[in-house]
Design a protein around this ligand. Structure first.
Ligand code: FEO
Ligand code: CA
Ligand code: CA
Ligand code: CA
Length: 668
């Protein structure tokens, strides 16, 4: 059901990337390092938790042994600050399960009135007008921004709608206009002021606060950057190609150092019907009716009638939550694809660099390096300048090369002889936008085409096909960049690209996390080193890897999706679609020191839900519980979950805050 409503059944369709790009394993390293030759000689026996002795070929066993000696069993006090909690066991409880000694509250639910004049939630009498003033559906990315005193500004994405769990008696073949318009209003973004409790981490929404705001599928947007005004973006409603309406499928995002938020428009393809062009096919846009039948109620969703409307989705959106009158923007300079997220770091001279992944099997990840420097201050002219930072600069796509011989990457997840899935990489420039115009670096494509058909540009330059790049985020304490690659069960299946060193498992069910180090740790570098930090799954499975940490005590993890950092530089990972029998959850792991790789589960979410938007503060952890109850066959009448309010109520996506009962910092 998640596949149907969230991604338009993306995984049941053909892989949209049919380009012939080489994969990492095609490139054979010049020579093995001395270290790898030494390790290749070793064969050890590993006893699994089930008591079975298995022979693990050379390198992997040697790696485990070496890792064990690198990580002598640490005492409890060696657990780094931020991660000192008792791991939550995998479970299938229809609730948010948190560690002992912690408390939680539901901060805000789908349908709570946030704007002035909005009515209280009444699921049996929903209207589009009411929903437009209420908290939207399926909260995903969260940002918690400073305001004043104990108040903060919470910004949330509303990725998509589960009509079958929203409307009693929903008929998917014949949605009503009111239901469709409610869905439009339930998509988009919310900004809500929240009040913090002085003694705990509890957060309470300030309903109807003047800064509260909704952005929906019909809100006016400004299209900015090099493709704004392009003929490719002009429609009958907008002959300028500069004014779009609405944002769709906002998945994850990021906060900027200049006080705005970024939001990735992800599976936008599923809302459009009747497409036929090759460019549409590369984006997975359907040739028939759409799942939600919106094209019956607004012709802009019918590609046959309004061919360019679909070119106005698939961007990174920038939102200024401090200015309720601001017009949000779609940034064409960051390219058009299924943006999962967009996260920012600054160069030493103050230029933003944005990392962003394209969540599709065998698609790519990208970065944008601005040519403009951020200014400090809060005047209108400074804010206006900073809102233009993502309009000029260069968009790059990643190409990765493994350093082990291709023959050592057998698709099972077995480590190569050098003991690491690792290598080097290049950021290949695609196009550069300047104040005077844009220049393409891709043969046969204009700059406008690169920015609007970015996937095709990546195909042409031979970018590396990855296992669904989800969230990508730099660690603010080290500068290393972490890329969540959630899964790809098509890897190595049929004619699809087979395992390579950066995506080392065929039929990859559980995903992995890549750690990228820019050359000289400069965000603007065009070269980088990479290694796989985590190869996810059941730690008893020899095809898993936890940064070399002994696996006897780490938490199982599957399908990493969002990543975030706590104030100490620990990596936090939330999952979507975990394949190990437990509900999805949130995990913390050290990225440095003796405990690097010691993964610990912090919470699990209710039945059918995905864990989203983690914000890890000193005093509280915030998570968005997305699509609770989304189990095939579930309906309003026959729910699979009644979280958060219990039997007899509608299941509702909601934001949850977790804090320590004794008032101390998280994980201290
Ligand atoms: Fe909306 Fe890629 O998760
Ligand atoms: Ca290697
Ligand atoms: Ca996601
Ligand atoms: Ca993130």
């Amino acid at each position: 059901m998640t596949c149907r409503f969230r991604c338009g059944d993306a995984c049941f369709h053909e892989v949209p990337n049919t380009s012939a790009n080489e994969y990492v394993g095609d490139v054979i390293a010049d020579a093995l390092s001395r270290r790898s030759v030494m390790r290749a000689a070793a064969v050890v026996t590993v006893v699994t938790a089930a008591g079975t002795a298995v022979n693990v070929a050379g390198a992997q066993g040697a790696e485990a042994a070496t890792a064990a000696s690198r990580h002598p069993r640490p005492s409890h006090s060696a657990v780094p600050r931020g991660l000192r909690f008792t791991s939550v066991e995998p479970n299938t409880a229809d609730t948010v399960t948190i560690p002992g000694g912690y408390s939680q509250n539901v901060v805000i639910r789908w349908g709570e009135p946030i704007l002035r004049g909005a009515p209280a939630f009444d699921p049996e009498h929903q209207t589009a007008a009411a929903q437009a003033g209420q908290f939207g559906y399926n909260n995903d990315f969260l940002a918690l921004l400073p305001l004043h005193g104990n108040q903060k500004l919470l910004v949330a994405n509303h990725e998509y709608t589960d009509e079958i769990l929203m409307f009693r008696g929903y008929d998917a073949a014949n949605p009503t206009r009111e239901q469709v318009e409610i869905a439009w209003a339930a998509h988009g973004l919310s900004a809500v002021v929240v009040e913090g409790d002085r003694r705990t981490g509890k957060l309470t929404p300030v309903l109807r606060h003047p800064l509260n705001r909704r952005v929906t599928a019909t809100t006016e947007f400004r299209i900015t950057g090099p493709a704004a005004g392009s003929a490719l973006l002009k429609t009958s409603v907008d002959p300028t190609g500069r004014k779009a309406y609405g944002t769709l499928n906002n998945c994850s995002g990021g906060t900027t150092p200049w006080g705005t938020t970024l939001h990735g428009e992800e599976n936008f393809n599923q809302y459009f019907a009747n497409a036929s062009r090759d460019t549409d096919k590369r984006y997975g846009i359907g040739t028939g009716a759409s799942e939600r039948k919106w094209e019956r109620f607004d012709k802009r969703f019918d590609v046959a009638q309004e061919p360019n409307e679909v070119h106005r989705f698939g961007y990174v959106v920038e939102f200024d939550p401090y200015d309720p009158s601001s017009t949000p923007r779609k940034h064409t300079a960051l390219g058009r694809f299924k943006h999962e997220a967009a996260t920012v770091r600054l160069t030493s001279d103050g230029r933003p660099v944005v990392y962003t992944g394209d969540d599709e099997r065998f698609d790519y990840f990208y970065k944008f390096v601005s040519s403009k420097r951020m200014r400090h201050g809060d005047s209108r002219s400074v804010r206006e300048h900073n809102l233009s930072l993502l309009d000029e600069g260069t968009l790059y796509v990643a190409k990765l090369t493994g350093d082990s011989p291709a023959i050592e990457i057998d698709g099972s997840g077995k480590l190569p002889a050098d003991g690491e899935f690792d290598g080097s990489g290049t950021w290949i420039p695609l196009a550069t936008a300047t104040a005077k115009g844009a220049v393409s670096h891709v043969d046969g494509m204009t700059a406008e085409e690169v920015f609007v058909f970015t996937r095709l540009a990546g195909d042409k330059v031979g970018a590396t096909k990855m296992d669904r790049p989800e969230d990508i985020e730099p660690n603010p304490t080290s500068g290393k960049v972490y890329v969540a690659l959630t899964n790809n069960t098509n890897r190595g299946v049929g004619s699809n690209a087979k395992a390579d060193e950066a995506n080392p498992r065929n039929a990859n069910k559980h995903g992995h996390i890549l750690e990228l180090t820019e050359r000289r740790n400069r965000p603007e570098s065009t070269e980088f080193a990479w290694l796989l930090f985590l190869v996810a799954g059941d730690p008893d499975d020899p095809a898993t890897y936890f940064a070399g940490f002994p696996k006897d005590d780490v938490s199982p993890i599957s399908c990493p999706d969002n990543v975030a950092f706590d104030p100490h530089g620990n990596l936090w990972i939330s999952t979507d679609g975990a394949q190990l029998g437990s509900h999805d959850g949130l995990f913390g792991v050290a990225t440095k020191g003796a405990r690097r790789g010691d993964l610990k589960q912090f919470l699990t979410v209710p039945t059918g839900a995905e864990t989203c938007g983690p914000v890890i503060g000193e005093r509280q952890v915030l998570v968005a519980v997305q699509h609770p109850g989304e189990i095939t066959g579930a309906t309003v009448e026959s729910p699979a979950s009644t979280w958060p309010d219990g039997p007899g109520t509608y299941v509702r996506p909601a934001v949850v805050a977790v804090w320590r009962k004794d008032g101390c910092d998280i994980g201290s």
